[in-house]
Design a protein around this ligand. Structure first.
Ligand code: NAI
Length: 719
């Protein structure tokens, strides 16, 4: 067999075979087609023997069983015919299916991550033993890639764990831990990692003695014991839940549900055929390609150290154990909580000691937030309390490796803070600002060590928003960038490194879109049509509702910064200052474009709005959905091409990561630049032509024209 091998066969006992997955030089085991060939060859050998009591499948990598199929092979196959996709599925099903038909007992001994194709391999075994190790989990995340399990997952899982459990796992895509797996009979038992192999051998002996596995083989290959009425009820409720979550943008969960319902009355073989045919419909779709792109964007981000070339590999980031935060308002509190949650101790200060005291408890509760509880876990609050230190004297910052300023957005106030804190810091500590609008280079002018100064811009709410912009000032050193990037990852964030410029990246791209919404409003478009067009494109909310959420005063201020920087493109609308003047500040004041004075604080139409806006509405044009979509998103795209031209961003893929994780740009579109590449630069230039009269902001940029001319894409041709 060519190349280094992943599978090794050994015999821990004379009648027990052990296959160990361990892809050389890789941190994860993936089921590339060469690995499937290896498995097939080993099964040929083992099936020919008549002296075996059992086969155990394990991983040689602690904490990592099998991470699934090889997604690079998926990307390379996106364009192949549907028939071939179905054949690829059938091949995997047949191969793994052999594990349920051997003349000996098969046991998957799972320590660590067991997902996707790895979980499918495991569920074709007669038994699954899972370790109690912290990293151990099992799941079917395929829907997150716009697919569903295609190697028998949808056929075998319902028969093993019940249709309801299988539907939840496969359509939701979330993994479960070993105890939850045992609870639904997905794991036969849970043992300590070190005891996995002896327990697997004991299990083989026991199964041979009882013959239980043979009875289960029978049950799991037949139809599901479920009535038509139960099936109908489960289908209707699951479908409603799925639609609520996907809003019709993600077809895979619903398709998975349909396949499982349709196959319920059939045997496992027919269910596998249905699965293969269904997978062929999803594979290669635009949603599938886009979600694969998002996977590779995040994977690339995990490996990106923040600087390119030799410096990136020669320099090392400094470790961050302790951080300081100045300003305990919305952002400072969120940043402090994110640190504590990940075990980075915090010293926090605020000009108002009352705010500081008041917010300390909520910082701890935020840090101890538990998704399952939808609130703080009391024991975590107690555990984390010792690493939150409230500042009484500035010297407390001396031990911090990073100090982040998150005080009011005022250059003078921020400079005073730096002048006070910088002398306290060690020779290696980084000083950073969370500003959203003030240039990093201008702040760095007054600090003593501009090489150790940068922007670390978090997004609101910090717990939910994964993106962090790391902004280089003119003098920021490579070491500082490396450390800031490693630190952001340490606290669970996705950092993108930018050069300094107005609005950095995300806000720079957001504002052309937001201000276009106001321009459309003034030309006669209806608020509900504008917001619906954005939501139909896939945005989590429309731009008008977003104004209310951000706060009309904050948006006015940030918009002013952008229109000062780019006056020819961003024309300030008189609507926002008028709203601020009238006290319509958005959600926080109960009234903005919408009314929030209802029990749940939901946006409701405000009957007084039309009268209020009347003097600012100059036109009565009607717009089609497509016209609205183009008017909203083309300014965002053009601004992205300018950010590339201005060298603000290092790679077009950082724009996509930034917008998806900082703004909620729809993952099913793969990102703004990925979407633009799929539309094609030539078509985009054509789209702009009818909008020329709108203003220079709709003029195609040099970069876009060049791509249209050359037929090239924003993304590099190889991923
Ligand atoms: P905030 O008004 O909630 O909090 C600011 C805090 O700073 C207040 O508690 C105030 O008492 C304190 N403060 C003021 N002067 C101080 C001083 N000299 N020393 C110590 N503390 C002082 O403001 P927020 O929203 O947390 O914003 C903070 C920074 O984060 C600003 O630069 C803002 O532009 C930026 N930012 C805000 C985002 C948001 O959505 N709110 C998002 C990203 C960045």
């Amino acid at each position: 067999m060519p190349g280094a091998q992943t599978l090794t066969l050994s015999m821990p006992e004379p009648d027990v075979a052990l296959l160990t997955f361990d892809t050389p030089d890789k941190s994860a085991n993936v089921l590339a087609s060469a690995v499937l060939d290896e498995l097939s060859a080993h099964l040929d050998t083992l099936e020919a023997r008549d002296d075996l009591a059992g086969l155990i499948i394990q991983s040689g990598k602690p904490g990592m069983f099998i991470a699934g199929a090889d997604l690079r092979e998926f990307v390379a196959s996106l364009d192949i015919e549907k028939e071939k996709i179905a054949q690829m599925c059938r091949r995997g099903q047949t191969l793994f299916g052999r594990l349920s038909k051997c003349n000996f007992v098969t046991v998957a001994a799972i320590d660590g991550i067991c997902v996707g194709g790895g979980a499918e391999l495991a569920i074709w075994c007669d038994r699954r033993l899972m370790s109690s190790g912290e990293k151990t989990e099992i799941g079917f995340p395929e829907v997150k890639l716009g697919l569903f399990p295609g190697w028998g997952g949808t056929a075998r899982a319902p028969r093993m764990v019940g249709l309801g459990n299988a539907v939840e796992m496969i359509t939701g895509g979330e993994s479960i831990d070993a105890n939850a797996a045992r609870g639904m009979n997905l794991a036969s038992d849970v043992v300590a990692p070190a005891g996995l192999l002896p327990a697997a051998i004991a299990m083989i002996r026991q199964e041979q003695a009882t013959g239980d596995y043979l009875r289960d083989r029978q049950t799991w290959s037949g139809p599901l014991p479920i009535s038509e009425a139960e099936l109908g009820f489960l289908g209707a409720t699951a479908s409603a839940v799925i639609r609520g979550k996907t809003r019709g943008h993600y077809p895979a969960p619903e398709a998975a549900l349909e396949v499982m319902l349709e196959a319920a009355a059939s045997d496992v073989e027919a269910a596998c055929q249905l699965e293969a045919d269904g997978m062929a419909q999803l594979f290669g779709s635009s949603v599938n390609a886009s979600l694969l792109n998002v996977f590779f964007l995040t994977d690339r981000n995990k490996k990106d150290v923040g600087i390119d070339g030799d410096a990136g590999s020669n320099l090392q980031p400094a470790a961050v154990h302790s951080a300081g935060v100045i300003g305990a308002g919305i952002m400072g509190a969120g940043i402090a909580a994110a640190n504590i949650r990940r075990g980075v101790s915090i010293v926090i200060d605020d000009a108002s000691k009352e705010t500081l005291r008041k917010n300390a408890q909520s910082i701890l509760e935020e840090a101890a937030f538990d998704r399952a509880l939808k609130g703080p876990a009391a024991h975590r609050v107690a555990e984390l309390a010792p690493i939150l230190e409230l500042c009484t004297i500035d010297q407390q910052f001396a031990g911090c490796d990073v100090v982040i300023e998150a005080v009011v957005e005022n250059l003078d106030v921020k400079r005073q803070v730096f002048a006070r804190i910088e002398p306290q810091l060690s020779d290696t500590a980084i000083l950073a600002s969370n500003t959203s609008t003030i240039p990093i280079t201008s702040m760095a002018e007054k600090v003593k060590h501009p090489e150790r100064f940068c922007g670390i811009h978090f997004f609101n709410p910090v717990r939910r928003m994964k993106l962090v912009e790391i902004i280089r000032g003119e003098k920021t050193s490579d070491e500082t960038v490396l450390t800031a990037v490693a630190y952001a990852k340490r606290i669970g964030k996705m950092p993108i490194v930018l050069n300094d410029g107005p609005g950095f990246l995300v806000n720079r791209l957001l504002f052309p879109y937001m201000s276009e919404a106001l321009a459309l409003l003034a030309e006669g478009a209806k608020i509900k049509d504008i917001d619906r067009a954005a939501k139909a494109f896939g945005m989590p909310m429309g731009p008008i509702e977003l104004y209310d959420l951000v706060g009309i005063d904050t948006a006015t201020f940030a918009g002013q910064v952008m229109s000062d920087a780019f006056p020819e493109r961003i024309v300030g609308s008189p609507i926002l200052p008028a709203m601020v003047h009238a006290g319509r500040l958005g959600k926080k004041s109960g009234l903005g474009f919408f009314n929030y004075q209802n029990k749940r604080g939901r946006p409701e139409p405000d009957p007084g709005l039309d009268t209020f806006l009347a003097e600012y509405i100059q036109g009565d044009r009607t717009f089609t959905r497509d016209e609205l979509t183009d008017r909203l998103f083309m300014p965002m795209l053009l601004e992205a091409t300018r950010a590339l031209e201005d060298n603000i961003v290092r790679d077009p893929r950082d724009i996509d990561l930034g917008l998806i994780f900082g703004l909620g740009f729809p993952p099913f579109k793969g990102g703004l630049m990925f979407w633009a590449d799929r539309v094609g630069a030539k078509t985009l230039v054509e789209k702009l032509k009818p909008m020329e009269s709108v203003g220079v902001r709709m003029k195609p940029t040099q970069l876009l024209l060049e791509l249209a001319e050359s037929g090239k894409t924003f993304y590099p041709s190889t991923m």
